[in-house]
Write a protein that binds this ligand. Structure first.
Ligand code: ZN
Length: 135
């Protein structure tokens, strides 16, 4: 049976995943059941490689060294560390600035409560319009 352009494209596209994956893809897409040997012959005819290459799941780079812990290439592994520590850094900066609590927050909160109390007393005693009624 003739090799179609589409089937050749499958070899070029998926060759780096090995001959078995190419076989399954050609079967799934075109309903043609090639032998592994026939695929190997066709691959060498069109100068496509069937050598299995590692692939980074993150950036899809082929033939790269994969970090065993992260499962990604070295660049993506470091990029992930950077992103993680950037987020952690923002958390620390916010904590250090007292945005999330701490003495400055407590002090402001106390002052706010006092002012609300004072204002509601003034409104009651002098029959003044509330903030909402003024809008
Ligand atoms: Zn990568």
């Amino acid at each position: 049976m003739m090799w179609t352009t589409g089937q050749n494209d499958v070899i070029r596209e998926l060759g780096h995943k090995g001959v078995a994956v190419v076989h399954d893809a050609i079967l799934a897409r075109y309903g043609v059941d090639r032998t592994l040997h026939a695929i190997e012959i066709q691959a060498s005819r069109i100068h496509a490689s069937l050598k299995v290459l590692t692939e980074c799941p993150e950036c899809h780079a082929l033939g790269v060294r994969i970090n065993r812990q992260s499962g990604m290439c070295r660049r993506c592994t470091v990029a992930a560390h950077v992103a993680e520590d950037e987020a952690y850094n923002q958390l620390l900066e916010a904590e250090a600035a007292g945005c999330d609590g701490g003495p400055e927050y407590e002090e402001l909160n106390r002052r706010w409560a006092q002012l609300r109390q004072k204002n509601s007393r003034l409104m009651r005693e002098h029959n003044l319009k509330s903030k909402r009624e003024r809008e």
